[in-house]
Write a protein that binds this ligand. Structure first.
Ligand code: IPE
Ligand code: IPE
Ligand code: MG
Length: 255
């Protein structure tokens, strides 16, 4: 008889979980397989994790699926990743609708192949009335260009006389990012051991908690997810305050 390990749901869950899904290539290499096999297996992990996050009632999940820098990978790998994305959207739309999940995307979406872009926009439109959970795919995403683009738009508004430099504060700046109506990520998980952000949500991650696991993305599962969430739930987020202030819930004082 197989013993099932049940892990309790942690009390303090993140409102927004973001994941840097890394290690597909290494997963395949260890099995003497082509890299694309790792990506294919990684797509299966995406399904499992989306389902788990929905069941846990975490309202925002952002998945770093393809970076701006990833365009410089070999042509065959980029094409295979775009095909996988197309297949994912085609196969998962009913699942997303059934689970009341809204699909969104952040990044330079105009660079996606036309058929992928069309299906992506179609899926976003079809799921746009869902409010229980938002699944945000970071595609052709680069944080530095997101920030630069925001600065350019704000500068243009100033030139056009619609804004004055004194009106530019953190709130206004954030409203020009792709994530204008999405809360900052509370927890960022990176699989496969790398300790870097790789141009992901640089502005939004100012106070995010990090969790790095050696597990490669294709091996990451519900159990690993719960391990990360339990670790997060035990942390004290101080936002510059002292531990005593947090314990006493002294939220009224700025000093
Ligand atoms: C992550 O896995 C998937 C993408 C970046 C698209 P990698 O393909 O980066 O896997 P490694 O880092 O080579 O193992
Ligand atoms: C980051 O992974 C991008 C995604 C997970 C989509 P990479 O594997 O491309 O990151 P670097 O280049 O090794 O930092
Ligand atoms: Mg990688």
């Amino acid at each position: 008889m197989t013993k099932t390990v049940s892990i309790e749901r942690p009390d303090n869950l993140p409102r927004h979980l973001a994941i840097i899904m890394d290690g597909n290539g290494r997963w395949a290499k260890r099995r003497f397989m082509p890299r694309i096999m790792g990506h294919r297996q990684g797509a299966k992990t995406v399904k499992e994790i989306v389902t788990a996050v929905r069941e846990l009632d975490i309202p925002y999940l952002t998945l770093y699926a393809f970076s701006k820098e990833n365009w410089s990978r070999p042509r065959e790998e980029v094409d295979a990743l775009m095909d996988l994305l197309y297949d994912y959207l085609q196969k998962e739309v009913d699942e997303l609708l059934g689970n009341r999940i809204r699909l969104r995307a952040i990044g330079e979406l105009d660079r996606l192949p036309p058929r992928v872009k069309t299906l992506l926009f179609d899926t976003m439109e079809k799921t746009s009335k869902n409010f229980e959970m938002q699944l945000i795919l970071a595609l052709s995403y680069g944080s530095r260009s997101e920030i630069t683009e925001a600065a350019r738009k704000i500068a243009q508004k100033c030139v056009d006389g619609e804004l004055t430099p004194s009106q530019i504060d953190e709130e206004l700046f954030a409203s020009y990012l792709y994530t204008s109506d999405i809360p900052d990520p509370d927890l960022i998980i990176r699989t496969s051991g790398e300790q870097r952000l790789s141009n992901f949500l640089l502005y939004q991650a100012a106070y995010s908690e990090f969790y790095i696991t050696q597990t490669l993305w294709p091996d990451f599962d519900r159990k690993e997810l719960l391990k990360a969430l339990h670790d997060y739930s035990r942390r004290e987020r101080r936002f510059g305050k002292t531990s005593e202030q947090i314990l006493l819930r002294c939220t009224g004082s700025e000093s």
